[in-house]
Write a protein that binds this ligand. Sequence first.
Ligand code: IFM
Length: 465
Amino acid sequence: MNSYKFPDDFMWGVATSSYQIEGATTEAGRKPSVWDTFSANPGKVLHDDTGAVACDHYHRYETDIKLMAQLGVKHYRFSIAWPRIIPEGRGKVNEAGIDFYRRLVDCLHQHNITPHATLFHWDSPQALEDLYGSWRSREMAKDFADYVSTLVSMLGDRITNWMTINEIPCFTHLAYAVNSDPLHAPGTRVETQKEVWQTSHNALLAHGLATQAIRAASPSNCFISLVDNISVTVPISETPENIKAAQQAFHLCEQNGGIIFPALTGAYSPALLESLGNAAPDIQSGDLEIIHQPIDSIGLNIYSGTYVQARDNAIHPYRDRQPGYEFLSFPVGYPKMYMPWLNIIPESIYWGIRHIGETVGRKDLPLFISESGCAAQDQVNHQDKVIDTDRIMYLRQYFKAAHRAISEGYPLKGYFVWSFMDNFEWSYGYDHRFGLVYIDYQTQQRLPKASFDWYRQCISQNRVV
Ligand code: IFM
């Protein structure tokens, strides 16, 4: 019998991000982020929801941390809002902002929960957008590193697990659109694909400079990761041909070749550069060394994937050629959770991990699932319960795929479920609930769902139940 037992030191955790839960967007010196501006613009976010109040976590963090302790997690991944720390993006430091995170982290320690702080989860200061267009400028990477340096020198006595940046593709490639206004994220219209790739290159520089800044400012030994939402290619069946096809396809699936490859190997994928041609970003001398800083682990946010199969004469999406594989589209009726993109592919966890080792060539690098979870149409029943068996079904399969990776020797160290509680799901507002804890946004009441109890049992028994 396979009991799906995990290693004794496996890190079970939950994750959130600042703009999605904190609220209090005008309090204690915080100035607007690009998401405040974007969501205040009618029609940009479903139902015109904004993060102004969100889960009011800024005022209710103690209640929330007590619930985390009841869940039994020993690890919590949250993010720090740059506009709380340096409201104008550069220059004057806001002590009240630092104090909030001091209180939060102290409370976590009191409950024996280890903080894992993400330094940027998309809520960049609006002032820098106004000044130089945010990620369109290399200045952004320098300002980010200065913010990080300040923060780590002030909070490094309490936090030793740092994650530089969350999901580079989402605030670059989704936010800068060629000759059209970006639909799902704040950003700008640009004229060429090259400009879009330049934004992700600048974000990679920010990651590298921030990594250097953390090492320099941290008062003690610390652990640094990048968090990436790689696009996982999954072989339709595990024949040698299909596995090879999935590995080849990984380079050109979405932004993999230009983000995870340079970050972990110091070079853009040659296959990507070839396919981009003139659309490739300008890479200045020394950039790749900065980007490819030694890090201690990689965080993978994996929710879904793309099936691939071997095929001679396949036409590649970027140009005509015969690369030996094809991306498969999903049949009508393929099972998905409550998000247009959330096709249920549990084995994406296993293949994402395996690609880092075999396809990117970083078998040495410890990794963890820094986000995985699903949205569901949760409802409170007449007994005041949310019985989200769909979420349990989803997580159970994904945990088993993580277990498979560990049993085959891949260095998976932890799993952070997204999300601890329902929250502001970006352009989908509050309609799509990802939490283990239900939030009643009228009353701010917290209600643990059935999946909360299920996850609590997994954690206490250290296996998939
Ligand atoms: O809510 C987001 C999160 O901010 C980043 N990763 C994906 C989640 C679900 O869409």
